[in-house]
Design a protein around this ligand. Structure first.
Ligand code: PSU
Ligand code: MN
Length: 306
């Protein structure tokens, strides 16, 4: 594992840190928006009192905190591999350059001692392929981290994904919402386990999770900001067309999520792309606030013991 200077210092001096993933940069958003967004997310985390740790793999090394050149490579290099948990030994053994999904980022962030991670939308159960379950789900079921997101990506079977989270013991919180958001849309018709209003409430629940020695993630779901929302009705036709096209072209495995996201951006003339960026930025902001609150809880804990 390799830390940049900022993250090494934050870990040593116990500053709040927010992990950020890299698949969204390399395979989720097009250039140049991917490069700009990756840098903006880091800036937003800093402005909200935490240190950003964007995670990727270069030459088989787990890099926690990247430099500008590394972010540029993720944003522009066509040979960056999308990796999940199952790819980790290949990435290390063959010294590859890779972008990490929610699953792989959670694994590395937790190993680095980082408690909070922000992303756009997690993977889940795919429509029409109930056996295609993103490795994000079992990773969340087994990693005690807080993942801040806008639910699972709209291209997925959301009710099936919601059920999976319950079975996996993942605590789903709604930040100012009763329903789990549906990525570009604020509503899904699926209830969260608990509505929370503040970052400090989230920190207290996370502390209780740790005291109970539960090894599951907390999924803090945050709806896309209202003025960027695309309603489910508006999305339906685009989504159906994209799914049909993926089927026709026999897009499978790890290609399917990036394919569907790119198709919808095309069909909406960039509207879904703008919404995706807006929710990523909003989630980074909330994640930083949660990390700051987690840190207060953590430091108080140390003080009490001393
Ligand atoms: N959030 C976004 N865009 C993305 C992703 C998240 O706004 O592209 C990525 C995450 O890295 C997530 C992955 O882990 O999509 C899911 O891929 P799959 O369905 O192949 O597991
Ligand atoms: Mn899959």
């Amino acid at each position: 594992m390799k830390f940049n200077e900022e993250v090494a210092d934050a870990l040593a001096s116990k500053k709040p840190i927010v992990a950020l993933e890299s698949t969204v940069i390399a395979h989720g958003l097009p250039f140049p928006q991917n490069f700009e967004t990756a840098q903006n997310l880091e800036k937003i985390v800093r402005e909200n009192g935490a240190i950003p740790a964007t995670i990727a793999v270069f030459d088989g090394e787990f890099c926690v905190g990247l430099n500008e050149n590394q972010i540029k490579r993720l944003a522009t290099d066509k040979d960056i591999r999308k990796i999940s948990r199952r790819d980790l030994p290949i990435a290390v053994g063959k010294k590859l350059n890779c972008a990490t999904t929610v699953a792989a980022t959670s694994f590395i962030a937790h190993a680095a001692g980082i408690k909070v991670f922000a992303t756009g939308g997690i993977g889940g159960v795919h429509h029409g392929y109930p056996q295609d379950i993103s490795a994000d789900l079992p990773e969340l079921a087994n990693t005690p981290i807080i993942v801040v997101c806008s639910g699972a990506k709209i291209v997925l079977d959301l009710p099936a994904t919601r059920e999976w989270l319950e079975t996996g013991g993942v605590c789903v919180l709604g930040f100012g919402c009763d329903e789990m958001p549906a990525f570009y849309s604020r509503k899904s018709g699926l209830l969260v386990d608990e509505r929370v209003e503040t970052a400090s409430e989230v920190a207290r629940i996370a502390q209780a999770r740790d005291e109970l020695n539960l090894q599951n993630a907390i999924l803090l779901t945050v709806p896309v900001p209202e003025n960027f929302e695309i309603s489910a009705a508006e999305l339906e036709e685009m989504l159906n067309k994209s799914l049909a096209l993926a089927d026709e072209k026999e897009v499978r495995g790890k290609e399917i999520t990036p394919f569907l996201l790119a198709q919808m951006a095309l069909m909406s003339a960039g509207k879904t792309l703008v919404a995706n960026i807006a929710l990523l930025e909003n989630n980074a902001r909330i994640a930083a606030q949660v990390a700051v609150n987690m840190n207060e809880v953590f430091l108080k804990g140390i003080y009490t013991i001393a």
